[in-house]
Design a protein around this ligand. Sequence first.
Ligand code: SF4
Ligand code: SF4
Length: 207
Amino acid sequence: MDPPTVTARLDAFTIDARLPQTQCRRCGFESCHAYAQAIVDGATPGNRCAPGGAATLEQLNNLTGAQYLRIDPDFDSAYLSLTVTIVEELCIGCTLCIQACPVDAILGSAKLMHTVIAKECSGCELCLPVCPVDCVVSTSLPKDHKASAVSIDQAQANRYRSRFSGRQARLAEPSAKPPDSTPSMRVREIAQSVARVRKKRATTARI
Ligand code: SF4
Ligand code: SF4
């Protein structure tokens, strides 16, 4: 089904206000606002936000005049994460999860253990695939858990949006710290970290 023509009066901020703000990119866009803008532009349908579930779908239908009955199966997920935790004894301090987190919900620095600020974690899971030692664990629930919700938690969504905007602004500053190392250096550093942790674990296991 082609996206409906959206009236000129509807702006991306109005659509964005109905989105859950997990900034998870499951809709195929870099952010909730980018997806909202694409809907307003008529470039994409409003049935691609799996975290928003049925409640968001209904609100977007009402705003845009669309009549989507379900989330596009190509963008749907069987499970959604509520939050994630880092298994701290496995963490090698590589900072890749910090760089991936769109809402700055991970604390830590290079070569030091990282930890997730649970109440700020949107459950986007963008930190899971980047961890080289698989130490980020998700507390996932079947999608219906959120899909059946009457509406998203607006206060929480506003906080995610605000943290996302703050991060974007910080990264755009000329004084933003450039990456400490090139990609090939990072690969080497991570391999060294993994080797260091393996050696430490092997030593501990012998004691
Ligand atoms: S919550 Fe995720 S899927 Fe929904 S609009 Fe935001 S980025 Fe896209
Ligand atoms: S900690 Fe991970 S799951 Fe939580 S918001 Fe950050 S990147 Fe997403």
